[in-house]
Ligand binder design. Structure first.
Ligand SMILES: *Cc1c(COP(=O)(O)O)cnc(C)c1O
Length: 387
C-alpha cells in the first residue's frame, strides 16, 4: 500500500481548534467572565414545527408495513426534485430537467466528490479567503491551484485567472466576506468559462440571505451558464438543516457531466435519508416557508445589528447585507489573531480570525449573525467601552 501523498500538502486544520484552545485557556484563567460567542459558523435556531411534523410523519411511515420504504433512487425522490425545480428555478425562468437535479446529504460532500469527475492534471482556480473545502479537495486530488485573492481594493471580487483554469470554484454570497456578485460580474465568469472550456462549481449555500435587488440567486440566471456550471445548494443555512443533512446539486446535461455524476452517485452513494427528503419537501409548503423565513429574518436582523453597531464605532466592515457574516478590518493595523486576542481579553468576545480562510483574510475577523442577538448587543457595548 502506498499512501496518497497529496494529503501531506494539506494545511493542518488548526483554525477552530486554536480558537477553542485560546477560549478555554482564557475561561480557565478568568472563570468569572462570561464569553460572548460571535464566531458561530453553524445555525442555532430550532427547526420550524412544519418541518418537525414532516419528519415525524416520515418516521411513523417507516414503522408501518403499508408505508415502509427501503432504498430510494440514488439521485433522490422525484417529488423533491420536482419541488426544487418548481420553487427554486422555474420562477426565475430557468428550465431544468428533473434528471439534472441530484439530492444529496449536503453541500460539503458534493463539493468534495465532484472533484472525481475531472482529470487529475486539470488546473483549479479558487477565490480566497473562502470556505476551505474547495482547496482541500483539490489538494487531496493533487491538482495545481491558482488562488484568486479578494481584498478591499478589488471589492472582494476575484479577478479572472491570468492563466487558463479548467475548474473554477466560486462561492457567492461568500463565506467569510459576505460579498455578492452582480449579474454583470457573474456573466464575466460564465463567459470566461465558455471561452476556455472551463467548468464552474458554484456554491450557492447562502443565497437565502440575499436581501438587495439586482443580485443573481442562481448561476443559471446568466445566459449560457448551463453549458459551464454545476450549482451546489444546501438546506443547511437556508432552512437550518446542518444536522438533518440535505442538499442538492444541479448538473446540467449541457456540461457533458450529468451522466458521469449519475454513474458516480449510483456506485458510491446509496441515496439520501427519506426522513431528510421529507423535511426538505416541507420547506416548500406555506407553513414551512413561513417557519424558515422567520428564522432567516432573525439572522438577517442580527447581521444588520452587528454591521451597524461596528460601523457606528468607526470600524471598516463588509458583508452582512446579503450574508450572515460580517467581515471587519482589525483596527490599528493589527493582524487577525491580535484583534482576536484583544477582543477575547478586553471584551470576552469570540470571533473568527480572517486569516483562517486564506492569506488575504489577514488583518480581518469574521463576526457571525448565527450568534445570539442579546450576546451581540452586549458584545458591541463592551467593544465601545474597551477598545
Ligand atoms: C455551511 C456551508 C456549506 C454547507 O455545507 P453542508 O454540508 O450542506 O452542511 C456549504 N458551503 C459553504 C460556503 C458553507 O459555509
Amino acid at each position: 500500500m502506498n499512501k496518497n501523498t497529496h494529503y501531506q500538502n494539506l494545511q493542518p486544520n488548526y483554525l477552530f481548534k486554536e480558537i477553542t484552545d485560546r477560549a478555554v485557556a482564557y475561561t480557565e484563567a478568568h472563570p468569572e467572565h462570561k464569553l460572548l460567542r460571535m464566531g458561530v459558523g453553524d445555525v442555532t435556531r430550532p427547526l420550524p414545527p412544519a418541518i418537525i411534523q414532516a419528519m415525524q410523519k416520515a418516521v411513523a411511515e417507516l414503522g408501518q408495513a403499508e408505508t415502509f420504504r427501503g432504498y430510494c433512487l440514488e439521485e433522490g425522490y422525484e417529488w423533491l426534485r420536482q419541488a426544487i425545480i418548481d420553487n427554486e428555478y422555474t420562477p426565475k425562468g430557468i428550465d431544468l430537467d428533473i434528471h439534472e437535479v441530484f439530492i444529496g446529504e449536503g453541500a460539503g460532500s458534493d463539493l468534495g466528490n465532484l472533484s472525481e469527475l475531472f482529470s487529475s492534471d486539470n488546473k483549479v482556480a479558487i477565490l480566497e479567503p473562502t470556505y476551505p473545502a474547495y482547496a482541500d479537495a483539490s489538494i487531496m486530488a493533487g491538482r495545481p491551484i491558482t488562488y484568486l485573492p479578494c481584498h478591499a481594493e478589488n471589492g472582494f471580487v476575484p479577478e479572472l485567472p491570468k492563466q487558463k483554469a479548467d475548474i473554477i470554484y466560486l462561492c457567492f454570497p461568500n463565506n467569510p466576506t459576505g460579498t455578492v456578485l452582480t449579474y454583470a460580474q457573474l456573466k464575466e465568469w460564465v463567459d470566461y468559462a465558455r471561452r476556455n472550456g472551463s467548468i464552474i462549481i458554484y456554491d450557492a449555500a447562502y443565497v437565502a440571505y440575499i436581501s438587495q435587488p439586482g443580485i443573481p440567486h442562481s448561476i443559471y440566471e446568466i445566459e449560457g451558464a448551463k453549458e459551464v456550471a454545476i450549482e451546489v445548494k444546501s438546506y443547511s443555512k437556508s432552512a437550518g438543516f446542518t444536522s438533518v443533512r440535505c442538499g442538492y446539486t444541479v448538473v446540467p446535461k449541457e456540461t457533458g457531466l450529468q451522466a458521469m455524476w449519475l454513474r458516480r452517485q449510483c456506485t458510491k452513494y446509496n441515496g439520501t435519508s427519506y426522513i431528510a427528503q421529507r423535511a426538505a419537501l416541507a420547506t416548500y409548503t406555506p407553513e414551512g416557508q413561513a417557519g424558515i423565513h422567520a428564522n432567516l429574518d432573525v439572522y438577517k436582523a442580527t447581521a444588520l445589528l452587528i454591521k451597524n453597531g461596528l460601523q457606528t464605532m468607526g470600524y471598516e466592515v463588509y458583508g452582512g447585507d446579503n450574508a450572515p457574516y460580517i467581515w471587519c478590518r482589525s483596527p490599528h493595523g493589527w493582524d487577525s489573531w491580535s484583534f482576536f486576542d484583544h477582543l477575547l481579553r478586553q471584551c470576552q468576545v469570540l470571533c473568527t480570525p480572517g486569516v483562517g480562510f486564506g492569506p488575504s483574510g489577514e488583518g480581518y475577523v469574521r463576526f457571525s449573525a448565527f450568534s445570539k442577538s442579546e450576546d451581540c448587543i452586549e458584545a458591541l457595548q463592551r467593544m465601545k467601552e474597551q477598545i
